[in-house]
Design a binder for this molecule. Structure first.
Ligand code: SAM
Length: 194
């Protein structure tokens, strides 16, 4: 079977054993609090749903998950049984055929090819409502590297290109910051009028 999870399916058990239960939680919780309770948020590359998706659910948001690794989808359904998830690659997901008040992509963007990152940014713009919020992580510096978990090639387009690509589709970066694990966040908002 073709792996669409950028190598994560084959290391799913290991990832679930070692993924810190703290890294990113405070940043994601602060972001979740900027959305009204009940707001619809899709978590792209949500993994097993713990700890990150769980934060969104805990903040009273209406959460949807998308992940391409079947083992994570199974674990997500165990961890968050009332939260819908689809086992799809973001490159061809239909994103539940709906729009969202928020899109989160924690630890996903830089796993995709440069072309797929550019297309995903466009697709995110298509599913974000006016005034909707986007939060994703990717290194601020342009560069190729190896994903720490899978050892497979990863790539960041760099802060300058991310800001430009986002502005081309009506999304403005309103903040950039790091967390305790040195993950770099792009906090962005879709313009009010489309
Ligand atoms: C670094 S992990 C982050 C997981 C989770 N967001 C977290 O914070 O623990 C990357 C996740 O992206 C998923 N993924 C990788 N490539 C994907 C793709 N093309 N489409 C959907 N999910 C993908 C992997 O299966 C994995 O769950």
């Amino acid at each position: 079977m073709v792996d669409r999870s950028s190598g994560y399916e084959s290391i799913a058990a290991q990832f679930m054993n070692i993924r810190s239960t703290a890294i990113g939680v405070r940043r994601v919780r602060d972001w979740a609090k900027t959305l009204p309770r009940g707001a619809a948020v899709v978590d792209l590359g949500c993994g097993p749903g713990v700890p990150i998706t769980e934060v969104l659910v805990g903040e009273g948001l209406t959460v949807y998950g998308v992940d391409a690794a079947p083992s994570f989808v199974q674990a997500f359904r165990r961890n968050l049984p009332n939260t819908p998830i689809v086992c799809e690659a973001v490159q061809d997901s239909k994103f539940f055929d709906r729009t969202f008040d928020g899109v989160l992509a924690w630890g996903l963007m830089f796993l995709l090819s440069a072309a797929d990152q550019r297309r995903l940014i466009q697709r995110i713009a298509d599913i974000l409502v006016p005034g909707g919020r986007l939060l994703f992580t990717s290194p601020a510096e342009i560069g190729f590297g190896n994903d720490v978990m899978t050892g497979l090639e990863s790539r960041s387009l760099g802060a300058e290109e991310y800001r430009l690509l986002l502005s081309e589709v009506g999304i403005s970066v309103v903040g950039e910051y790091e967390d305790e694990g040195q993950n770099h966040y792009f906090d962005a908002v879709m313009k009010q009028v489309r």
